[in-house]
Design a protein around this ligand. Sequence first.
Ligand SMILES: [Zn+2]
Length: 283
Amino acid sequence: MIAALLLLCAAVLLVAPRVLVRLERLRRSPRAALFVWQSLSLSAVLCLLTAAPLALVHPLPRSNLAEAVILTIASIASVGVLVRLLVNGHNVGRRIRAARAEHRQLVDVIGRHEGDHTRVIPSQRLSAYCVPGAGSRLVLTEAAFASLSDDQLAAVVAHEEAHLRERHDLVLEFFTVLHTATPRLLRSDAALREVALLVEVLADRAAREEAGEVALGRALVSLAEAAGAQDLTPGASAGAGAAATRIRLLATDDPAPWQTLVLYLACVGALVTPPVLAVLIAL
Ligand SMILES: [Zn+2]
């Protein structure tokens, strides 16, 4: 019974993103929306992880076929998710860190050193991105350095500095590990794209504070045009249309406090539901 409910709960939590991704309004509260996405994924993974152990601890009163079926599904889900979490957690982290170390060495060698961690690389493609982690680097191309006005350049730098300061890479890494740990049938790539977009919106908010929406908006247009309007930076993976969405969001006001509050309450609800459900049924 508990296992069936937890599996059902996981399915609902994993289907919810398909609805949430249509609610563009949430993008106006990027930080709270990111918490919602992380809580939903974490909660769904917790449900799947604990389904089998709880079914073993609290079996149905009478042994029957239904119980055996549920226990089998729960065991496959729990063991599958656990193995994927461990393997993916290790692989994703190792792969990303190795790629960053290599990239950092490359930009240190070919780039002009501007201050401690800024490198200007010889490329005619208008671009800016960051290499996060220990020994982080902020990378601009010569084309960006030459083409963007001072205030646009300040906006781009503020955007990348926000990524580095708030460790957005860890948010993406955490979500990617959770995402790839869930069964393929239940996971939604739109969720991953949405989280990547929200991270960009969050950095845009910080840059807007420092450089203003006009400078940032113009810089985004230039970068988007240079990237074929697909993606603003090599580090971003929000996909086609992300640039237009980000520029549109620059002009929107911050949401009413109640909307942000509702989102945080949804996070708490998502995280508390599985354990409360398990405890209530077990009593
Ligand atoms: Zn960015």
